[in-house]
Design a protein around this ligand. Structure first.
Ligand code: AP5
Length: 216
């Protein structure tokens, strides 16, 4: 968990992998539905462009479906989900039906001023989805993906005014989820200082996961 631009996607991709655990990013699932031109994608686009949250029932259906993927049999890292207390309750129900539970809740913390810089410089490969940052993690050739040679693009919701709305939505809707996980009998929250180089953040997350017995 963490605010927009905290590095959730960057770190989730590093933690997930074949034979390990899968990554379930609700943002990526919604963008894939848009790229396919499905009805769900069209509905979601209006919310996403405005920086608002997509309705909880839509999101929970997407996650329910994603949990059935064979590569998720060994576990999953959720990225950008749950974002409301209702989604967190819904996730508990989905996991309980499967005899599973949350192992650890990682919260990546980054100051808002840094977030704005990160999102304005973010670029993504149209073809394979690999992520870059113009300053912090640039591609070798400008505008081109190192991994597959695809064109890089900027997400429409990374415009400054939409970023401000996404941050406000995070404060109002998503921060309460962290308190909900901290409640008596909940899984608790593991805070991670995300205002450090990408490799250092990854090492710290892995170290904390190992300490809780959740690491590989
Ligand atoms: P989503 O796609 O989930 O976006 P987000 O939460 O706003 O998060 P981001 O993807 O912007 O940031 P991130 O934390 O993953 O950072 P990243 O690793 O990319 O959601 C988009 C929209 O979809 C929402 O607004 C909503 O409308 C809808 N939606 C999605 N899920 C939903 C849900 N559950 N419920 C309802 N609606 C939902 O990194 C950012 C940049 O910084 C990159 O360029 C990266 O290279 C760079 N970077 C990363 N780490 C570092 C570092 N340590 N140092 C320097 N640079 C770094």
């Amino acid at each position: 968990m963490g605010p927009p631009g905290a590095g959730k996607g960057t770190q989730a991709r590093r933690l997930a992998g074949p034979g390990e655990i899968c990554q379930i990013s609700t943002g990526d699932l919604l963008r894939a539905a848009q790229a396919e031109g499905s009805e769900l994608g069209r509905q979601a686009e209006t919310y996403m462009k405005a920086g608002e949250l997509v309705p909880d029932d839509v999101i929970l259906d997407l996650v329910d479906e994603a949990l059935e993927r064979s590569e998720c049999a060994g576990g999953a890292v959720f990225d950008g989900f749950p974002r409301t207390v209702e989604q967190a309750g819904g996730l508990d129900d989905l996991l309980e039906e499967r005899g599973e539970e949350i192992g650890v809740v990682v919260a990546i913390e980054v100051p808002e001023v840094e977030i704005v810089a990160r999102l304005s410089g973010r670029r993504i490969c149209k073809n394979c989805g690999k992520m870059y940052h113009l300053r912090f993690d640039p591609p070798r050739e400008e505008g081109r993906c190192d991994a597959c040679g695809g064109d890089l693009y900027q997400r429409p919701d990374d415009r400054p005014e939409t970023v401000q709305r996404r941050l406000a939505v995070y404060r109002e809707e998503t921060r309460p989820v962290l308190d909900w996980y901290r409640r008596d009998g909940g899984p608790g929250v593991t805070p991670i200082d995300g205002d450090r180089p990408i490799d250092e953040v990854e090492l710290e997350i892995r170290r904390r996961l190992d300490a809780t017995g959740t690491g590989s």
